[in-house]
Design a protein around this ligand. Structure first.
Ligand code: FE2
Length: 360
């Protein structure tokens, strides 16, 4: 049967589904409108493409911000703190400067980042009033909390702020945090119309920072990388032009995906010390910082009395073996299940038991 005769015997909708592309009368292609039960040829030929995910104009999300965050893995909000707030916070750090503790050197063999240990001032939210005030204001701040909510949903938590007070000569921190090896609970995915960023660091800036000074740098977009970071990018000794310094002004707030975006710092070169107040936020799904809940009896009370070490090993709170051998876990030895306490990387589990816990 010639095609023209066939077409005359079909409904317009049937004919439309047999169209051949490339002809004047098939450009643009025909549109078949459906509702699941009926079908109709739509002469307008406007694209019909149903979705149940509708854009929500009342979400309060700034689309440009969302795009920037999703693409780069970091975000800077400008001018969140006013002059008075900044002055209070800076004066407090001046006052407690003698409590700054110089920690580890973090260049990890890098020539570019080499220097002295990183000076930190912790416990800012526990300082006596009024010194804690400028730092407590940083907690549950609506401007920050709103972003945390769209970045990873409600239910996030932090341990409070720590001041990073690098001085001239302080080492940089080699690039890290690019979720290698993969731990989904600290990662970033976008699914079903929502952002699931499980680990976010929020840094309140008390002073301007330029590239000449040093400070925070990251590999924008690395949270979407599928391959391991080359050693030279980690050390910045052969950075391939991929490590970007992020300039900030006093009063700005910097967010970054601390579990999934490769990030670190450049060595500090300024005569004026760094003043960044870091808050690490864990999402409702992220299992770091189990703290005392890594001891089953703290979480469950009497419910675990009489349990064996093997049973206790699966009754902990939020700490999990998220990296390598950093909490008790079960292994098979000679055909039996045994609890192992051997420690490997222990970044977030200093409270986890180091040996048997069952009370015999
Ligand atoms: Fe980090």
């Amino acid at each position: 049967m010639p095609v023209s005769d066939l077409m005359s015997e079909l409904t317009p909708e049937q004919g439309a589904s047999l169209y051949r592309p490339g002809y004047r009368d098939t450009t643009p292609p025909p549109t078949l409108k459906t509702d699941g039960e009926t079908i109709a040829l739509d002469e307008s030929r406007e694209i019909f493409h149903p979705s149940f995910l509708m854009k929500n104009p009342n979400s309060g999300i700034d689309e440009k911000e969302f795009y920037f965050w999703d693409l780069n893995g970091y975000l800077v909000l400008r001018g969140v703190m006013d002059e008075e707030w900044l002055a209070q916070a800076n004066a407090t750090i001046d006052k407690f400067e003698d409590q700054i503790v110089v920690g580890e050197e973090l260049a990890q063999g890098s020539k570019t980042l080499a220097g002295t240990g990183r000076p930190l001032l912790g416990g800012l939210t526990q300082l006596p009033s009024p010194y804690c005030d400028p730092f407590r204001r940083m907690l549950a701040h609506p401007v920050v909390e709103h972003r945390l909510n769209w970045m990873g949903a409600s239910g996030g938590r932090t341990g409070g702020g720590t001041a990073f007070c690098s001085v001239k000569g302080t080492s940089g921190h080699s690039q890290h945090g690019s979720n290698e090896p993969l731990n989904p609970t600290r990662g970033y995915i976008y699914q079903n119309g929502r952002s699931y960023c499980e680990a976010v660091t929020v840094t309140w800036q008390l002073r301007d920072v330029t590239e000449a000074d040093g400070g925070f740098a990251c590999v924008p977009g690395s949270h979407k990388a599928y391959y391991p970071t080359p050693p030279g990018v980690r050390s910045c000794d052969d950075h391939m032009g991929l490590v970007k310094h992020i300039g900030v002004k006093a009063g700005d707030v910097l967010f970054f995906m601390d579990g999934s975006t490769s990030h670190g710092t450049f060595a500090w070169k300024s005569d004026i010390s760094r003043r960044g107040i870091l808050h690490k936020y864990s999402s409702r799904n992220f299992n770091r910082s189990g703290g005392e809940l890594s001891h089953p009896e703290k979480r469950w009370g009497d419910l675990v009395s009489g349990m064996t070490d093997e049973q206790m090993a699966v009754m902990r709170g939020p700490d999990r073996d998220v990296f390598t051998k950093n909490v008790p876990r079960l292994e098979i030895a000679d055909g039996s299940v045994v609890a192992s306490y051997e420690r490997g990387g222990a970044l977030y589990s200093k409270d986890a038991p180091k040996g048997p816990v069952a009370k015999k």
